[in-house]
Design a protein around this ligand. Structure first.
Ligand SMILES: NC(=O)c1ccc[n+]([C@@H]2O[C@H](COP(=O)([O-])OP(=O)(O)OC[C@H]3O[C@@H](n4cnc5c(N)ncnc54)[C@H](OP(=O)(O)O)[C@@H]3O)[C@@H](O)[C@H]2O)c1
Length: 242
């Protein structure tokens, strides 16, 4: 049997790494509701290797949009088994350069919207449910210029610990998958010199493929990780581990 058979999943932020997660979950038999501000999933209903993808046009940073996503899942399915919050944003600003708009953009999406998405979803979740938050290995690093992003991902890591504890009595697990540099359009948009410098810090000598992060998310979202909660699974070629 496939690892996500009969599971209803929502992936908030279904592009980039999220797109790999959506496709992998569907290929493992899940019915996946995938959000994006873009039209890639809009009104789409695709059967996919035993599972299916339901596109929902929604802004991951907009709480009203997120409420509508969960309302639709409630109406259509009546429950939610797996929730992945992939949406996230970053940028570079060192102390002295951080302005309020940048701070609010990063914390507004990575932390505020994430908190209220999870809060809006948990009443749909039952015993055996799994929440996967996409963090970053930046959560433990002090790379120059990345203070706001790193702090936002440290907050994600922290919430996972508390929520794992709070939701344990309901049999709902909460974990973080933390990628290192990963080959998405966003990463490709950074200057080549920065990408090369980052790649040199990775023991395995390359950046991650999105499907490698999706494999970790699949483990944490499926029953294969039934005794794992409050943890962080890093997919970083060893960069933050050694
Ligand atoms: N790529 C990396 O190297 C890397 C490394 C470590 C951690 N991560 C984390 O992995 C996750 C996915 O990264 P990615 O590279 O796949 O990112 P991405 O392709 O830039 O975006 C992924 C999703 O986030 C949503 N999003 C981004 N900015 C948004 C904004 N301002 N408002 C609303 N939604 C927004 C996008 O929504 P739309 O579909 O609506 O555009 C998209 O679906 C993020 O949490 C990121 O912090 C990435």
């Amino acid at each position: 049997m496939s690892r996500m058979s009969n599971k209803i999943a929502v992936v908030v932020g279904g592009r980039g790494i999220g797109h790999a997660i959506v496709r992998r979950f569907a290929a493992e038999g899940a019915c996946v509701y995938a959000t994006s501000r873009e039209t890639i999933y809009e009104n789409s209903t695709a059967d996919y290797d035993g599972g299916s993808i339901r596109g929902v046009r929604a802004d991951a940073g907009n709480l009203a949009d997120l409420g509508q996503v969960f309302a639709r899942v409630r109406t259509d399915e009546g429950r939610l088994d797996s929730l992945v919050i992939n949406a996230g944003t970053g940028g570079v600003a060192s102390l002295g350069e951080i302005n309020q708009a940048y701070f609010d953009q990063v914390f507004g999406l990575n932390v505020r919207a994430m908190v209220f998405a999870v809060q809006g979803a948990i009443e749909l979740m039952r015993e055996g449910g799994a929440i996967v938050l996409v963090g970053s290995t930046a959560d433990t690093s002090g790379a120059r210029g990345h203070g706001v992003y790193s702090a936002s991902k440290a907050a994600v890591r922290s919430f996972a610990r508390t929520w794992a504890n709070e939701l344990a009595p309901r049999g709902i697990r909460v974990n973080v998958v933390s990628p290192g540099p990963t080959d998405t359009a966003t990463f490709r948009a950074t200057p080549q010199a920065v990408r090369d410098a980052l790649t040199r810090t990775i023991p395995l000598g390359r950046i991650a493929r999105p499907d490698e992060v999706a494999a970790a998310a699949l483990f944490l979202a499926s029953d294969e990780s039934s005794f794992t909660t409050g943890s962080e699974l890093c997919v970083d070629g060893g960069a933050a581990q050694i």
